[in-house]
Ligand binder design. Structure first.
Ligand code: BV8
Ligand code: ZN
Length: 250
């Protein structure tokens, strides 16, 4: 397992793998958006008023206090609306254009991969810029930085929620199956900016390894799966990923 500061063999060798790979899967987490100013879930200082995401991102919390959960989502929407894709998001757009079979799997709900221009994105945990009615099930896009009246209500009178997957909720139908298919058929899995603590997303990493893929992790810190990685490239995704992609295009 190599380590990496810019220019050391780790980056070059990892770049060779990216060059040779005909099928690449990528799993991203909140860390890829950190340099865009979007707070991570488990980063220093926690997310918001010292609540744990596991306490707010649940159907129970929403049933108990929809207004509090919506205040948290308004706080996050405001930050995400100000955010711009960073060099890491754009490096993945660059890579997608050059790799025959490329699947981007994200745990993020911030929409930055889409705004950077990524085409094929599996959004495991939904999209903060979509709303869903808890009564009639209608869902629609809404990109306002904050919603004025909390909790919002549907024309049918039902309470409206963010169209994201909360803890204890199943992922959208077929989503994890499609992600598992992508990683089992990938020669290379890039794992970028995720603490790899949330299932079933994190399980994609050992699955890729068992299926014979090379695994390259880009993170500022170690994660429970760093030991599985063929290369753990340590550093901010906004710096390391463009260098990796640049080496692959030589
Ligand atoms: C399900 C959407 C079943 C909402 C999110 C006990 C053991 C194991 C599992 C469980 C358990 N108890 C419960 C479970 C299951 C549970 C789970 O995994 N819990 C965890 C907490 C243990 N999972 C679920 O509930 C899932 N559903 O299992 O359903 C089921 C089936 C059928 C029927 C009914 C039920 C649903 C999980 C989805 C939860 N929703 N988000 C929203 O975002 O508003 S998860 C949320 O947290 C994010 O989406 C993201 O996925 C996750 C945070 O993880 P990361 O993205 O990794 O972010 P984090 O801050 O943690 O880490 C940032 C990383 O970046 C760090 O490593 C850091 O070092 C690095 N970094 C920082 N800066 C940079 C950087 N790296 C590079 N560059 C930088 N600049
Ligand atoms: Zn409705």
């Amino acid at each position: 397992m190599g380590d990496s500061a810019p220019g050391v063999p780790g980056l070059d060798l990892a770049g060779d793998w990216v060059t040779r790979a005909a099928s690449v899967a990528v799993l991203t987490g909140a860390g890829i958006s950190a340099e865009s100013g979007v707070p991570t879930f488990r980063g220093a200082g926690g997310l918001w008023r010292r609540f744990r995401p596991e306490d707010l991102a649940t159907p129970e919390a929403f049933a108990r206090d929809p207004r509090l959960v919506w205040e948290w989502y308004n706080w996050r929407r405001e930050r995400m609306a100000e955010a711009r894709p960073n060099a890491a998001h754009f490096a993945l757009v660059n890579l997608e254009a050059r790799i025959a079979r490329f699947t981007l799997i994200t745990q993020n709900v911030d929409g930055l991969h889409e705004r950077a221009g990524s085409a094929k994105i599996l959004k495991l945990h939904g999209d903060i810029w979509r709303l869903r009615c808890t009564s009639c099930g209608a869902d629609w896009p809404d990109r306002r930085a904050t919603l004025p009246k909390l909790p919002p209500h549907c024309a049918c009178g039902g309470v409206v929620r963010p169209d994201v997957v909360w803890f204890g909720e199943p992922l959208p139908a077929g989503m994890i199956e499609e992600a598992r298919h992508a990683v089992t058929n990938a020669e290379l899995l890039l794992v970028i900016g995720t603490s790899a603590l949330v299932e079933p997303a994190a399980g994609l990493i050992p699955l890729a390894k068992r299926s014979g893929a090379k695994v390259i992790e880009i993170n500022t810190e170690d994660t429970p799966f760093s030991g599985l990685a063929d290369f753990a490239l340590r550093g901010p995704a906004g710096e390391v990923l463009p260098q990796l992609v640049e080496r692959a295009s030589r």
